[in-house]
Design a protein around this ligand. Structure first.
Ligand code: FAD
Ligand code: MLT
Ligand code: ZN
Length: 461
């Protein structure tokens, strides 16, 4: 029997025939990423429904020398969740979508244990009746899974209040390449017992272990919210105002920045009405939350702002949703224009406005005629740079933007990860010694480089 046939037979024994997908039509959505920039062919897609089945899948793959690509909701934006284009041996996509157990909310502690394949929106719906929310939120909430969000250490719109995914993690269960199961479930808030493996796996992008379950902290649900969209004359004014509001508004839950080109694109894509009579160079969207209606507090803070601005404020759900969609729908509006080059960088706050002013000019110099859209989470200095124009495999604009980021003291991945997209940039950002330490950890936990090879760390070397 051929190596692939033996592999398929043991995968079927592990998870059942109907959960080993080999038909190209059934595999297709697992083989192309959300951006359509990354795709590769899988020998099979396997869909285990328990930790024991994940163990059996990894043992089967190890025996066959197959690479394993863990995949959750496949909303990742750096090519880490799909098979590689060029690979020597068999590649198996391990989909976690059937790991969707949700244990009852522990209301006393404000915590919950869930399976890695649970979607963020499902977790939010599970926690809400008990009076809890989840500290991380992002626009891909209907599809992004808890396992994928841990593996990428996802950030999103509430980092300024609750921190990224790693900060929500009390413990987890994960399967290593040799089939052993590391488990800190339940985890404790205070736990100094040895190396914090859960933190290590947060941001490991499927290269160290397959996460199967997670113990998460929840946050009190704030019943009342208000949103303001502020039109401003320049990026520098918007960044300064975000800093001012962070100080003056303890209830601040989100602060998002975008620009006129992106707003125009979203309006064209969605058919929504312009929020202001005249357009502005920059837009700052801020959200406040509280147990009582915070609209008045927000209105007062906006009125006291030290810079000239135009404002629309919404306290009702429909109005808030309309304002948020102008920001959240940037991603899909850009993707509707073509296959985008997507960079996700963070700059020191003091240099963010300068970066914003320089980056569009840099893209124009590098590939004239490209369209550049900037938007992001301003309080962390996190800008998303979406570029339409250059061919998907032309990396000149990506390289130019990432080089500028490093020159200005920033980081090449703020929240999406390194993936397959930026492996060439890890050392320039982190330095040789850091990368050598990461490779040592990888070699110790996955000596055969079976888990997501080619992602985060360059193979070989
Ligand atoms: P996938 O895309 O399936 O996988 C992502 C990575 O995690 C891959 O490397 C994969 O191998 C690994 N992985 C997945 N599951 C596991 C597991 N169980 N064990 C080990 N490794 C695993 N990201 C942000 O940080 N902030 C945002 O605001 C944000 N907004 C977004 C908005 C839109 C519209 C879209 C499309 C994406 C957005 N993202 C954002 C990116 C994406 O949603 C996140 O990276 C998310 O965490 C990915 O989750 P996923 O389940 O889709 O993971
Ligand atoms: C966002 O903040 O909208 C996301 O991280 C997705 C993107 O970069 O487009
Ligand atoms: Zn983002």
């Amino acid at each position: 029997m051929s190596r692939d046939a033996t592999l398929l037979e043991s995968l079927r024994a592990a998870v059942g025939e109907s959960h080993v997908l080999t038909d190209p039509d059934l595999r297709a959505t697992y083989e192309t990423d959300w951006t359509r920039r990354w795709r590769g062919e899988a020998t099979a897609v396997v869909r285990p429904s328990s930790t024991d089945e994940v163990v059996a899948v990894l043992l089967a793959c190890a025996a066959a020398g197959a690479a394993v690509i863990p995949q959750g909701g496949n909303t990742g934006l750096v090519g880490g969740s799909v098979p590689r284009t060029v690979n020597d041996g068999p590649q198996v996509v391990l989909s976690t979508l059937r790991l969707r157990e949700m244990q009852p909310i522990d209301a006393l502690a404000g915590e919950v244990i869930v399976g890695a394949g649970v979607a963020l929106a499902a977790l939010q719906a599970h926690a809400r009746p008990a009076g809890f929310g989840f500290g991380v939120d992002l626009a891909a909430r209907e599809s992004a899974t808890i396992g994928g969000m841990i593996a990428t250490n996802a950030g999103g719109i509430h980092v300024l209040r609750h921190g990224p995914m790693r900060a929500q993690l009390l413990g987890l269960e994960a399967v290593l390449a040799d089939g052993s199961v590391v488990r800190r479930l339940p985890g404790m808030v205070k736990d100094n017992t040895g190396y914090p493996l859960s933190s290590l796996f947060a941001g490991s992008e499927g290269t160290l272990a397959v996460i199967t379950r997670a113990h998460l902290r929840l946050v009190p649900l704030k019943a009342r919210r208000a949103v303001a969209l502020l039109g401003l004359d320049a990026a520098g004014t918007a960044v300064a105002l975000a800093g001012e509001l962070r100080r003056s508004l303890p209830q601040l839950a989100a602060a998002e920045l975008f620009f006129d080109a992106g707003l125009e694109l979203v309006l064209r894509h969605t058919g929504a009405q312009p929020p202001f009579r005249a357009s502005h160079a920059a837009y700052l969207l801020v959200e406040v939350e509280g147990d009582h209606d915070p609209t008045g507090v927000l209105t007062d803070a906006v009125a006291a702002a030290s810079v000239p601005l135009d404002a629309v404020i919404a306290g009702d759900e429909a109005g808030r949703g309309r304002l948020w969609s102008l920001r959240e729908r940037h991603t899909e509006a850009i993707s509707a224009e073509g296959v985008a080059h997507k960079l996700d960088v963070a700059l020191p706050m003091a240099r963010l406005a300068e970066f914003i002013d320089r980056v569009s000019l840099l893209v124009e110099e590098t590939r004239p005629g490209s369209a550049t859209y900037l938007y992001g989470h301003v309080c962390e200095g996190n800008m998303h740079v979406g570029i339409i124009g250059p061919a998907p495999d032309d990396e000149a604009v990506d390289d130019a933007v990432l080089r500028l980021t490093i020159e200005m003291g920033g980081t090449v991945s703020a929240e999406h990860g390194i993936g397959a997209a930026k492996v060439g940039w890890l050392e320039a950002d982190r330095g040789m010694d850091d990368v050598a330490a990461m490779r040592a950890i990888k070699g110790a936990l996955d000596p055969g480089w079976m888990l997501n090879p080619g992602v985060l760390l360059r193979e070989g070397g």
